[in-house]
Design a protein around this ligand. Structure first.
Ligand SMILES: Nc1ncnc2c1ncn2[C@@H]1O[C@H](COP(=O)(O)OP(=O)(O)O)[C@@H](O)[C@H]1O
Ligand SMILES: [Mg+2]
Length: 335
C-alpha cells in the first residue's frame, strides 16, 4: 500500500516538478516547500538524508540525490539547478579579494623583531598556530596577545583554556606594563575552561555566538584533550575528523569576524628526523597543518631567550628570530 503511494508520488514529481511561481520565497518557507511537485514523502526522504536545505542540495551531485529511493534523475537535476540558482556557490573575481585583503589587520606581538617576522604581527582573518615544547612560552604569548587585542584593536577576547593555564596575575602584570587598567582588560576577556574535547568544541561555539566584538580567539591548547582521549590507532580517524570540524569552524569564524585565531599546539618527537633538521613536529597531522594559515615554532633558550621560527605562511618567507619572555610579557631580546 505504502509502496503504491510512493510510486504515485514519484510520477507526480516527474511531471510537475518546478519552482512555484509568484510565491514569495521568504525564509519561513523551506526550499523544498517552494518547489511544486515535491510531495511530503520525497521531502521527508531528502531531509532525512541531509538534503533539506538549498545549500545542501546546491552542493550535492545528481548521483547523491538519486541514491535516495524515489528520487528520479530528472527530479534531482531540477532540484540541483534550482538550488544553485538561489544559492551563491562562491565564484568571485580576483578584484573582489582586494576588500578582504585590505581589511586584514595585524596584531602586534610587542616585540619588534617578532613583528617583522610576521610582517606586522598576527593577522586577522585566519588561524596562527604556535607550537613548541612544554614551557617554551606558548601560553605567555597568548597572555600578551590577549592584552594587545584590547589595547590596539579595542576588541574583546575569547580564551578557551584546556589545561587551566590562563593566569589572572599574568594579565594584570602585562596590562600594567602597558599602562592599562587591569580590571577593564580582564572584563573584556571571556575565559572558557574546557574539561574535555566535547566541552572544548561546545565552549568555542557558545563563546563565538555570545561574545560581541571579538578581536581574538585563543585555544590553548588545541590538541591536549583530543590527544589524551583518542590515544589509540583505532580512534585516530574519529579524532582527526573531530579536530577538522573544530578547527575549520574556528577558521571560518576568524574569516567572517575578521579576527585573529590563535591556537597553541604540542610537539612530538619525529624519530627519523632526529639527525636531520628539527626533531619536533606539531601534533595533529595534516588536518591541523592544512587548516592553520600561519605556523610558528617556539624554542626555549637560556633564561628569557626564545626563538620563533615561521614555517608556514602563504605570503611570507620562512624565517627565524630571537625574542624574550619577561615578567612584563613578550619583548625584544637584548643581548
Ligand atoms: N612572571 C613571569 N616572568 C618571567 N617569565 C615568566 C613568568 N611567568 C612565566 N614565565 C616564563 O614562561 C614559562 C612558561 O611558559 P608557558 O607559556 O607556560 O609555556 P607553554 O605554554 O609553552 O607550555 C616559564 O617557564 C617561564 O620561563
Ligand atoms: Mg601552555
Amino acid at each position: 500500500m505504502a509502496k503504491a503511494q510512493d510510486k504515485k508520488e514519484e510520477m507526480v514529481v516527474e511531471k510537475e516538478i518546478q519552482p512555484k511561481k509568484d510565491k514569495n520565497l521568504s525564509s519561513e518557507k523551506s526550499f523544498l516547500e517552494s518547489i511544486s511537485g515535491i510531495g511530503p514523502t520525497t521531502k521527508k526522504r531528502l531531509e532525512e538524508a541531509g538534503y533539506g536545505s538549498k545549500e545542501a542540495i546546491a552542493l550535492a551531485t545528481r548521483a547523491q540525490l538519486t541514491e535516495i529511493s524515489g528520487i528520479a534523475e530528472k527530479t534531482a537535476s531540477i532540484l540541483i539547478s534550482e538550488a544553485r540558482a538561489r544559492f551563491d556557490l562562491g565564484l568571485k573575481k580576483g578584484t573582489e579579494f582586494e576588500t578582504a585583503a585590505r581589511s586584514r589587520q595585524k596584531l602586534t606581538t610587542s616585540s619588534k623583531v617578532f613583528d617583522e617576522l610576521l610582517a606586522g604581527g598576527f593577522e586577522t582573518g585566519s588561524i596562527t598556530e604556535i607550537a613548541g615544547e612544554n614551557g617554551c612560552g606558548k601560553t605567555q604569548i597568548a597572555h600578551q596577545m590577549a592584552v594587545n587585542c584590547i589595547k590596539y584593536f579595542d576588541r574583546d577576547v575569547i580564551w578557551i583554556d584546556t589545561e587551566g593555564t590562563f593566569r589572572f596575575n599574568r594579565i594584570v602584570q602585562v596590562a600594567q606594563a602597558m599602562d592599562l587598567d587591569p580590571d577593564s582588560v580582564l572584563s573584556r576577556i571571556t575565559v572558557g575552561r574546557a574539561y574535555n574535547s566535547e566541552h572544548q568544541m561546545a565552549l568555542t561555539e557558545e563563546a563565538i555566538t555570545t561574545v560581541p566584538n571579538v578581536g581574538l580567539i585563543i585555544v590553548d591548547s588545541l590538541m591536549a584533550h583530543f590527544r589524551s582521549e583518542f590515544a589509540g590507532r583505532a580512534t585516530l580517524a574519529e579524532r582527526q575528523q573531530l579536530i577538522g570540524k573544530h578547527l575549520s569552524f574556528i577558521a571560518k569564524q576568524t574569516e567572517m569576524l575578521n579576527c585573529v585565531g590563535l591556537v597553541t599546539n604540542q610537539v612530538s618527537a619525529k624519530p627519523d628526523a632526529l639527525f636531520f633538521g628539527d626533531p619536533n613536529k606539531p601534533v595533529g597531522g595534516n588536518v591541523v597543518g592544512h587548516t592553520v594559515t600561519t605556523r610558528l615554532m617556539i624554542r626555549k633558550g637560556k633564561d628569557i631567550k626564545r626563538t620563533a621560527t615561521l614555517t608556514k605562511n602563504p605570503e611570507l618567507p620562512d624565517g627565524k628570530i630571537e625574542f624574550a619572555i619577561t615578567s612584563e610579557g613578550v619583548r625584544d631580546f637584548k643581548k
